[in-house]
Design a protein around this ligand. Structure first.
Ligand code: ZN
Length: 157
């Protein structure tokens, strides 16, 4: 995600968009794997000896549900990517590190396959079966609430 400084119009912004290899995310976690390149769409400008960039990032991932261990597709989006970096003597500025950090920040720490309600997590079904209420047992002995019922009733005169 290299920006060539000489392409940025002075006093204006440069719109750059494209894709970066998914390897920039450096995801070695079996729980999260990138399935697409990292897409970016940025407006880049210069101000006060620095370079600023704002825009969006997104990448399609495959995550593993922490409850049922099924893998499911998940698109990570950074809708408000914004960075400011100091300029060096180099002719290009590489925003790859900043982009990676922001994408990793919005990754769900405990992914659930039913995150958008489109599917039902098999793990949830399992838990609902376990939590189904037992048939109500017949009360044994005197009902402790009966006394209270008596107290709350208006007394006959
Ligand atoms: Zn699940």
């Amino acid at each position: 995600m290299k920006i060539h400084l000489n392409q940025i119009p002075s006093g204006g912004t440069l719109h750059v968009e494209g894709e970066e290899d998914r390897d920039i995310l450096d995801l070695h976690d079996a729980l999260a794997q990138a399935k697409s390149p990292v897409r970016y769409s940025l407006d880049v400008g210069l101000s006060g000896g620095g370079l600023f960039a704002t825009g969006t990032l997104s990448v399609d991932l495959e995550l593993e549900c922490v409850r049922c261990l099924n893998r499911f597709p998940y698109t990570v989006e950074v809708p408000n990517f914004a960075v400011q970096v100091e300029l060096t003597t180099a002719e290009t500025v590489d925003l790859t590190d900043e982009a990676r950090e922001d994408i990793l920040l919005v990754l769900p720490p405990h992914p659930h396959c039913d995150w958008n309600g489109a599917t039902t997590c098999a793990g949830v079904l399992e838990m609902q079966r376990i939590q189904e209420p037992e048939p109500a047992a017949e009360p044994e002995g005197p009902n402790p609430w009966a006394t209270l019922d008596q107290l709350s009733k208006p007394k006959d005169r």
